[in-house]
Ligand binder design. Structure first.
Ligand SMILES: NC(=O)c1ccc[n+]([C@@H]2O[C@H](COP(=O)([O-])OP(=O)(O)OC[C@H]3O[C@@H](n4cnc5c(N)ncnc54)[C@H](O)[C@@H]3O)[C@@H](O)[C@H]2O)c1
Length: 397
């Protein structure tokens, strides 16, 4: 298999953009992937200028249409771009994603997958038809401690799951920041650019994904309250959803952009019949396990001993062998993104070699996970419009 780095193209990311930077660092993290091209801005001239001023040489394109057309390939052999990363606001996810899939280019798309369920349906069908690798960038699945949490809960070490509290709390939109023209706030509070829910779409989808990834459970029906605390804001800035889960357990999936003091406070608490697991991304290096009538246990990434009286001897070898650094040298957000890109790279390389790849959601969110995020948001909006009426989730595509 070729040892050459994979070539990555960016869609979006010019002029003070936010999430392109963690992505481009994560792409270069292992030396096995590199950014070589980009369509950085909607205006073609600005897009080319921004590419010319990028800190290392890349090929600039005036639009993503041009970049995709120039790298289209009928098969998996000859293309120049191995995958693209879509880091535009939500209303510019569907079009480049669909065009890339049709051109036979693999895609990592930012969350939420797209604007609405109709677009999500179309993307799921297109990915299945083309068999092109497709990832949704739910960053926090890339924390080693998230993967460890998934193992603990799914191995049944906490017993049967009874209750989950999954939350993502922020305070940065506690005032009308969008009125100042702040770029990230402006599009996130505009329904045409962000979708049917502001806070729910932006960060509630992360809380849902964390719950589903760690527990393996799905939301079957829900009762939602979408609230707007900042006057004149057309979308919710506070999102509270009570959920019934597929095993009969209950959960709260909540998000807030007006909770002053919370920065990027994504966290999960899973309560089982034997014990509880707690994790927070603001301190992502450890998880806490509470077992009834026992001292609390804190597990640090990089310092886990199978067969310790709680963990069995057969903790999966591939989990323990994941590339990381010794405990005490902190990993965080950029490492999580790098782990997603590393996992996606493995699937893209298999695909290019004509081999089977799983995209089963165990290492990064797939297109079906993205679909589920949109289904959750649309169901929550419907329930909230009916004053929190219990509303069933749509059947998976
Ligand atoms: N996974 C995470 O943790 C995470 C964190 C932040 C943002 N996001 C997601 O990433 C996406 C981008 O968010 P952001 O905060 O970086 O936004 P941003 O406003 O900072 O950047 C968006 C970029 O897209 C560019 N753009 C817009 N339309 C374009 C077009 N037609 N062609 C080319 N470029 C275009 C803008 O010029 C800008 O450079 C959103 O979908 C958001 O939900 C995910």
């Amino acid at each position: 298999m070729s040892k050459l780095p994979l070539n990555v193209g960016l869609v979006g990311g010019g002029k003070g953009a936010f999430i392109v930077q963690p992505h481009q660092k994560a792409i270069h993290f292992d030396g096995t992937r590199r950014v070589v091209a980009a369509a950085l801005f909607p205006d073609p001239k600005v897009a080319l200028d921004e590419a010319a001023n990028w800190p290392y040489p890349i090929k600039g394109y005036g639009s993503y249409d041009e970049m995709i057309a120039a790298n289209a390939s009928a098969g998996t052999g000859g293309q120049k771009l191995d995958y693209i990363v879509i880091v535009t606001p939500n209303h510019v996810h569907f079009d480049p994603a669909m065009k890339a899939i049709k051109a036979g280019i693999a895609v990592m798309c930012e969350k939420p997958l797209c604007l609405n369920l109709k677009e999500a349906n179309d993307l799921v069908k297109a990915v299945r038809k083309s068999n092109v690798p497709f990832a949704v960038a739910h960053t926090y699945l890339g924390h080693w401690t998230t993967r460890f949490s998934r193992y603990i809960v799914r191995a049944g070490l906490l017993g049967e799951v009874r209750w989950v509290d999954s939350y993502y709390l922020q305070g940065w939109l506690a005032t009308k920041l969008e009125a100042t023209g702040q770029m990230q706030a402006a599009w996130r509070t505009n329904p045409k650019l962000a979708g049917g829910s502001g806070c729910g779409g932006d960060i509630g989808t992360h809380a849902l994904m964390q719950l589903r990834y760690v527990t393996g459970l799905n939301v079957t029906e829900l009762s939602a309250q979408l609230e707007t605390f900042v006057e004149g804001r057309p979308l919710d800035d506070h999102f509270t959803v009570y959920c019934h889960l597929s095993n009969g357990a209950k959960a709260l999936v909540r998000a807030s952009q007006v909770s002053i003091g919370h920065k990027n406070d994504l966290g999960i608490e899973v309560v089982g019949t034997k014990g509880t697991l707690r994790w927070r991304q603001e301190e992502p290096e450890s998880i806490t396990i509470n077992l009834a009538n026992q001292p609390d246990r804190i597990y640090w990434r990089g310092a886990v001993s199978p067969g310790d009286g709680f963990l069995p001897k057969d903790v999966p070898a591939d989990l323990l062998a994941e590339p990381t650094i010794p405990a005490g040298h902190p990993e965080a957000f950029h490492d999580a993104y790098a782990r997603l890109h590393r996992s996606f790279e493995a699937d893209v390389r298999k695909w290019k070699a004509g081999e089977a790849f799983s995209a089963d959601g165990s290492k990064y969110a797939n297109v079906e996970d993205g679909w589920t995020g949109l289904a959750f948001i649309e169901t929550a909006v419907k329930s909230s419009q009916k004053k929190g009426a219990w509303t069933k989730m749509p059947k998976a595509v």
